[in-house]
Design a protein around this ligand. Sequence first.
Ligand SMILES: C[S@@+](CC[C@H](N)C(=O)[O-])C[C@H]1O[C@@H](n2cnc3c(N)ncnc32)[C@H](O)[C@@H]1O
Length: 248
Amino acid sequence: MPVQVYFIGAGPGDVELLTIKGKRIIEQADVIIYADSLVNPEICSLAKQGAEIYGSAKLCLEEITEIILHSVAQGKVIARIHSGDPAIFGALLEQMAILENSGISYEVVPGVSSVFAAAAALQAELTAPDISQTVIISRITGRTKVPRTEKLSDLASHQATLVLFLSVTMIEEVVRELISGGYSEDTPTAVVYKASWKDEIIVRSTLKEVAEKVRAYRIQNQALILVGKALDPQLKAQGSTRSKLYER
Ligand SMILES: C[S@@+](CC[C@H](N)C(=O)[O-])C[C@H]1O[C@@H](n2cnc3c(N)ncnc32)[C@H](O)[C@@H]1O
């Protein structure tokens, strides 16, 4: 059966970070539903003439589903565009479940997650040799609850590189939990607001001081908190870490 719905990762903001495959599908789609709170609206200018375009920020799941089911019934192809990569905090699972239960064929097209745009902005390798070989992607508990086994203070015990989505509004609590869990107060920390956008902001700090610095910038959303020794810019100056990848 030909694909009726494409879930497409739009990337973190910079339109040039959309994949070639995502671009082709958006250009051909009859209906576009995009996460207008995070996805760069310039992406919509790729749509063909006459394509229907919906922003999903103000729609609930049932309303989105209705648009999809109605369009599929008319034989239309839908591009459902998510920010970053749809597999990370993308509310993807419930949409795929509805399509499977309705017998609708779909494909997921990956995108560049904001975690990688933030790493690029920081010019950091998240898996720095001899420092950390593990990246933990998580969030502080909010409207969506985090399982008890994944409490920030427990994740902190690994001292790995940690990337927190959807947490910047609770940064004081984040800092408290991470320090109580084992990160030292001077752990290199960064907050990246709107990674890859023209108005991107990078706040570098120690873990202890990051909350105050972030408050000064009034950053409330669209930001990631990155914590760990791998973020230390001095690692490059020292030139002391090296992977085995290119070793003779
Ligand atoms: C609903 S989640 C979607 C994440 C997305 N699927 C991804 O892979 O980047 C939204 C959260 O992702 C983060 N985010 C999304 N785009 C961002 C960007 N360009 N810069 C920094 N953080 C971003 C923020 O934490 C934001 O609150």
